[in-house]
Write a protein that binds this ligand. Sequence first.
Ligand code: GLY
Length: 556
Amino acid sequence: MSYPRRKFRYICLVIIALWFGDTAQAESAVASAHPAATLAGKEILEAGGNAFDAAIAVAAALAVVEPYSSGIGGGGFFLLHSQREGTNLFVDAREEAPGKATADMYLDSSGDFVRDRSLNGPLAAAIPGLPAGLVYLSENFANLTLQENLMPAIRLAKEGFLTGDRYEKMAGYRASALRLHKDAAKIFLDQGDVPKAGFRVIQEDLAETLQAIAVSNGESFYSGDLARKMVDSVVSKGGIWRIEDLKNYEVKIRQPLISSYHDVKIISSPPPSSGGIALIEALNILERYDLKKYERDTYIHLVVEAMRRAYRDRADYLGDPDFVKVPLKKLSSKMHADLLASSISDTEATSSSSLPQIGSRQKGADTTHFSIVDGLGNRVAATLSINIPFGAAITAEGTGVLLNNEMDDFSAKPFTPNTYGLVGADANAIAPRKRPLSSMTPTFLEGTDRIAVMGTPGGSRIISMVLISALDFMMGAGPIEMVSSKRFHHQYLPDQIYFEKDGLTSSEQESLSKKGHKLKESGRNYGNMQVIVIDKADGSIDAASDPRGEGSSLVW
Ligand code: GLY
């Protein structure tokens, strides 16, 4: 596979740089899931902002124009690279369980899990982290003010945006939950109906909320007027938020996980994301194979077996590291990968039930991603979420803040699957102020000649998508090939290969069935990956937005 080297543009840049001295900058790029958010990032970079300013603008714009994917009432992870310091940092702005949350809060009197409570309405909502994440970026990394960076989003909320096919699909999926809550229905539906493409969504309350966050530097949201309004609204609807839950919220700054796959350095997400560790485990297993020598059906088989083992460990070991001891060193070691790889056969599927059962040691899906690179070489890969489309389908009245249902990412009952079919044991049990385990995997790949800034939404399938495209990158793929890779997935349980529409050819399906794999085809495509690739030799940049979505990428 080869990727386009845009030598001509680079030569022009060098000529301009020589002509104008050091005023000429290298290229910048933004790739996000919505053209209006990509433009917001470009506007801020052109106004003198850096990648971190642009990240604030893009995240806030996505909160407005993709209300089904992420938002001010949600949270997320920002993986940052500061070129000047030469450092990588992980900003954990994940939502947190309210102080009154209990391990059995979604079980009925017979001890059965009541999924509706963890997905819909006020009990499903964890304490939002995104506003605190934006304030952190603003205070520590930005060139421009928070007000300047939030301006494009405030404009989009006030003037409205036109819905597209994706909005129609997502709102259709969540219409019955939205209809139960008048305030949310009024904002996101068209008089109770799913808006057809071309409908203008105006969010005046959200514009005021963003403005209040800008002028108070987030204080209003976490301890002022907005905080009181949100708590009153959640409590009046039967929720358990308290003002101290918001006051106590803070972003956690964590060290990214670092590993390698041959000569490519992997920089990815630490817990409470499960993404980085599962990605590293799978790559460590696959490093033992000369993957280029296999036919595609055996290649897929081996990748699936690596996924199966990495997702098993996810279910068994991972949770919020501030609450449970996660054996990161062991899980990311090459020795652990050797042990896991030793049970893989080239010709036969392992049955998940033959692997050690989780807990035996005892003890959508939506979301969004964007990637940004600025002319100085700073990078941001951010994956943000409110969990399933339109989150808990309720807004905090009078604020326009749509609340997440990230509580469903906890393991509400051991071995009982969550909405993504993921099971977990004690490590991811609900506890007050704990952060639910996530699959969000913003990642940098640093090869000898190229760097990738990448990530995608997609619930439990985020990790397998990042893995497949990372492997493609290792084999020379560029951004457009990476976002277009055919997707297949195995998450240990259920014991099956799930693949997107047309993700496997019929002969691949036949061969994998013969090896003993169970297969399940999705009726649709999934994922919405955003990738930027920097060529280290000439500084040129290439970017792509997943053709399955309606996002856009710009390089200039
Ligand atoms: N809510 C999806 C995730 O964090 O994995």
